[in-house]
Design a protein around this ligand. Structure first.
Ligand SMILES: NC(=O)c1ccc[n+]([C@@H]2O[C@H](COP(=O)([O-])OP(=O)(O)OC[C@H]3O[C@@H](n4cnc5c(N)ncnc54)[C@H](O)[C@@H]3O)[C@@H](O)[C@H]2O)c1
Length: 318
């Protein structure tokens, strides 16, 4: 049986991926320090959890022995956290990625890396494509760009097979709704479920290119099975820009009494986000993304049924 590693496998995307890999019969190794991830997300009967930090190169090397593919998702997420503590963000996101690449170099493993559209930063041009210049505006974005650099360097200098995916706004089941840095969709759904109002910063015209987590998994797993390697980075979003107001309207079909507080724009918030999915469609022509409204309904349903399992997790450490 193929042995596959998922770093960050107790987190939102990593735990969804782990469950899918287990259901397809793979032998899965999870590496997670549980700093923001949840033990309850890990099926310990069916996967091997190594509670280690990717900054601990020795422990990481031991945990990843024999893994043919490493999905590298562990990261210190969130822009505000990185602004509070840039060094900690660099250590996990940049140095931690370097440690993962060293293990892959030693073992001949394929690394599938999760970067972020935040690397575009100051570049306001839309839609985003992979040939555009990058201008990180936060330590989080800088750490992801540093990691991207190492991923590409290890591919060129050592021939490590790599697939470099830049996620935009991913959402879906198992995304934590409750903490200070929670993403907008689970946060809104969770508040709506408690009958609480939601905050919209600005007039609601700001937009996001949301991708459902199942679609991200379809691509990541196909990249593993068919060893789809990227020359540089590949943006992972389908170019379906949705405004926050339209999202609120869709949520009202689930929560008709939803109250919205419009507040003034927050400095530093990205106004528009949209990908040009040209390269994505060329490299993964068989993948059809789930429609936003359908995916949103599935997420609402999941949070109603199982939301307690991901709420009230550990507070994030600054
Ligand atoms: N969710 C998104 O919309 C999005 C967008 C862009 C990029 N990404 C990237 O995708 C990846 C997964 O994101 P997510 O939303 O699932 O995040 P998440 O916070 O839910 O998961 C990250 C996991 O990494 C673990 N982790 C953190 N530091 C670690 C360390 N030092 N050693 C081992 N494990 C550690 C956490 O405990 C957590 O389980 C991250 O690399 C993130 O930067 C996500």
């Amino acid at each position: 049986m193929k042995r596959i590693a998922v770093t960050g496998g107790a987190g939102f995307i990593g735990s969804n991926l782990t469950h899918r890999l287990i259901s397809e019969g793979y032998d899965v190794v999870v590496v997670d320090d549980l700093s923001t991830g949840l033990l309850s997300n890990v099926d310990q009967g069916k996967s091997a959890l190594h509670r280690v930090s990717i900054t601990d190169s020795k422990a990481l090397g031991k945990a990843l022995i024999g893994c043919e593919t490493i999905f590298h998702l562990a990261a210190r997420g969130s822009v505000p956290r990185s602004i509070k503590n840039p060094v900690a963000t660099h250590e996990v996101n940049a140095t931690g990625t370097l440690n993962v690449l060293e293990v892959a170099r030693a073992n001949g493993a394929h690394v599938i890396f999760s970067s972020s559209s935040s690397v575009y930063g100051r570049n306001m041009k839309l839609p985003k494509d992979e040939s555009m210049w990058l201008g990180p505006m936060t330590p989080y974005a800088a750490s992801k760009l540093a990691a991207e650099g190492y991923v590409q360097a290890y591919a060129k200098a050592y021939g490590v097979p790599t697939t470099l995916l830049r996620f935009f706004n991913v959402f879906g089941p198992r995304q934590r709704p409750d903490h200070e840095y929670a993403a907008v969709l689970p946060k809104w759904i969770w508040l709506a479920m408690q009958g609480e109002p939601v905050d919209v910063y600005g007039d609601g015209s700001a937009s996001r290119d949301f991708t459902y987590v199942d679609t991200v998994l379809d691509i990541a797993i196909l990249a593993m099975k068919e060893k789809v390697l990227t020359e540089g980075a590949m943006n992972l979003a389908y170019g379906n820009r949705i405004s926050l107001s339209d999202t609120i309207e869709m949520l009202k079909s689930h929560f008709p009494n939803l109250q919205v507080n419009y507040k003034s724009e927050r400095p530093g918030d990205v106004k528009e986000s949209q990908n040009d999915p040209g390269l994505l469609k060329t490299l993964f022509p068989s993948i059809v993304p789930k429609q936003f409204e359908v995916a949103l309904s599935e997420t609402v349903q999941w949070l109603k049924e199982f939301g307690q399992s991901v709420a009230n997790g550990p507070a994030t450490v600054d």
